[in-house]
Design a protein around this ligand. Sequence first.
Ligand code: TPP
Ligand code: SF4
Length: 265
Amino acid sequence: MTTRVFEKWYREDRLPHIFCTGCGNGTVMNCAIKAVDMMQWEIDDTVFISGIGCSSRAPGYISTDSLHTTHGRALAFATGVKMANPDLNVVVFTGDGDLSAIGGNHFIHACRRNIDMTVICMNNMIYGMTGGQGSPCTPVGKISTTTPYGATEPVFDLADLAVAAGASHVARWTSYHTKELTKAIETGLATEGLSFIEAMVQCPTAYGRRNKLRQVTDQVEWMRTHAILLQKARRMEQEGKPIPEEHFTVGEFIHRQRPAMGVRR
Ligand SMILES: Cc1ncc(C[n+]2csc(CCOP(=O)(O)OP(=O)(O)O)c2C)c(N)n1
Ligand code: SF4
């Protein structure tokens, strides 16, 4: 069954892919493809769109029509596609740099407009494709080529940002939590309005080897042990207990009905 799902949705003629050995991006793609297949969407009715970056290469391996656009502009192109033909299912793959640095303004306004699409951000906390510069998601103290003594700027919490800006559905998981991630994407695909799914991923090449996570499994293990369920984090907050350093929350941040643009006629 699973083999048939992948045969249907992946372009085998585009292999081998460009991802480094052990990169988390492939796992997120697999989760997304499973979710799309569970929706029983048709290839001809579905469009995958991306900007530029390692993560943004994803649509090139998928059998549907796709747009590999300019850095940071995936959401602008996706908005155009959806407004031109609301009958299409639109899914965007993006990276943390693509989405929240050069594409930051498109992100908040796509959420504000609540355009009917699903945005999946593979957050590896760094610019992977261009060799490891810091992004707005590089944690304080972590090493990148542009922060050789450790990043000093506070990070964007992408999920919180999407909630504040108006997205209908927002969730965060990791490439370790494959079942939860697949379910969250499926819920996002079924939701009217903008669904934002943040997937924390390991990047052994540009992030891990600079930050004492040299083996692929080190970063996956770090995500497993530093992810705190949102409900637990909220409970801890009520009890006045601080979230331990370097931990992050996972779960469903919001699921709501808001006026949405580009909804199927
Ligand atoms: C306008 C423009 N500025 C900069 C670049 C160079 N560039 C290509 S990918 C990239 C960063 C990618 O990082 P991210 O979006 O986090 O994706 P990742 O590669 O980590 O998946 C940059 C700066 C570009 N292609 N176009
Ligand atoms: S540089 Fe990082 S994000 Fe890019 S393919 Fe390699 S492991 Fe993946």
